[in-house]
Design a binder for this molecule. Structure first.
Ligand code: KG4
Ligand code: ZN
Length: 338
């Protein structure tokens, strides 16, 4: 079964054709980085406009690269939540128009579910149940993936997401958007012990995260140094900071896996591309003898293939939508709205 997956929740216009949830026949991503770089972050209105301009060409290329046409597609899957509302609406309305004109079923896909599904295309034999750490620009969740469409949140951030925390510190350091990627790159050779950051814990919840204090301490350290005329070693600072964020992510995931009895750990979301997170989670899993699954780097960020993959499982579970489908800026991963 071939699913056309469409993604427009943030700053990538993406489409892909995926066969049976696992086999990527095409994957086209039009990134808007160049448009947002001057503003140091994503400008929602510009994102929506760029999606509108790109979406037809991106979908046409995804079909052509897969050697097919609309006739060869069995269903149209689209990201409908969560994300920037104006950006989501472009993909949702385009998919609704396609569904109406082709008669193909419309499948609504939750963005974080699709990030998790990026692992199904990287690891063809991976099946739920497993424990997943989903870390993106807007979310940081520890999720029990009980089946392809049954999720239970064990832990979440009380304030900022891990990706946002990386982006803000990178910006304060003067690195270009997208900050997390650039912070990762410059910190590879840095000394992670050089700068000290707090290790935030959330009272009464051993699986939840709190990153805002960590972010503020980084920004303050950078500003205080500037006021004193002292320079910051960007590589050491980046390595120390990322290490502090990663320690929180790994520690809580490890606790959740032990207490909930999981020996299969999965990473997902844009931050799962982070070099230190991948290696430290590898060490944690290695020390327990657990299996660790991570998306191939090209599927860590937003893409259409992960939407096509999750769309397949949503379709099999009977989750199709009518043409009254709406987009939603926020929605828990365990919810379905039509
Ligand atoms: O999943 P994603 O592409 O979009 C959202 O759904 O939010 O995640 C984007 C986030 C951004 O905050 C970006 O800085 C972060 O993922 N990110 C990284 C890396 N690559 C992307 N953070 C740290 N290290 C990376 N290599
Ligand atoms: Zn994302």
């Amino acid at each position: 079964m071939k699913i056309l997956g469409i993604e427009s929740s943030c700053d990538e216009t993406a489409a892909a054709v995926v066969e049976d949830g696992r086999n990527v026949l095409s994957n086209v991503v039009a990134t808007q980085i160049k448009e947002h770089i001057v503003y140091g972050g994503v400008v929602p209105e510009i994102a929506s406009r760029m999606h509108t301009q790109a979406i037809c060409k991106v979908v046409e290329k995804a079909l052509a690269d897969a050697g097919t046409t609309f006739e060869g597609i069995d269903a149209i899957a689209v990201t409908y939540a969560p994300g920037l509302i104006g950006a989501l609406l472009v993909g949702v309305n385009y998919a609704k128009g396609l569904s109406m004109s082709t008669g193909k079923p419309l499948v609504p896909v939750h963005h974080l579910r699709s990030h998790i599904a990026s692992n199904y295309i990287t690891h063809r034999k991976l099946e739920p149940p497993f424990l997943c750490l989903v870390v993106s620009g807007g979310h940081s969740h520890i999720v029990e993936v009980k089946s392809y469409t049954d999720f239970s949140i064990i832990g979440a951030t009380c304030d900022d997401a891990a990706g946002e925390c990386m982006d803000k510190a990178a910006r304060a350091l003067g690195l270009d958007y997208p900050g997390g990627v650039n912070l990762d790159r410059v910190s590879l050779e840095g000394d992670a012990g050089r700068y000290k950051f707090p290790h935030p814990k959330v009272d009464g919840s051993e699986y939840d995260f709190s990153f805002s204090g960590l972010k503020t301490s980084a920004v303050n350290l950078i500003h205080n140094s500037a006021q004193k005329g002292e320079s910051i070693d960007v590589a050491d600072f980046g390595a120390s900071y990322i290490s502090a964020v990663v320690r929180c992510l790994c520690e809580n995931t490890e606790k959740a896996a032990v207490n909930f009895g999981y020996n299969k750990i999965v990473l997902a979301g844009g931050v799962s591309a982070n070099t230190r997170l991948r290696s430290e989670m590898g060490e944690v899993c290695g020390s327990h003898g657990w299996e660790l699954y991570m998306p191939e780097l090209k599927y860590c960020g937003d893409n259409g293939a992960m939407v096509g993959a999750q769309g397949y499982y949503e379709y099999l579970s009977g989750n199709t939508a009518s043409l009254s489908l709406n987009a939603y800026a926020t929605m828990p991963i365990d919810e379905v709205r039509k």
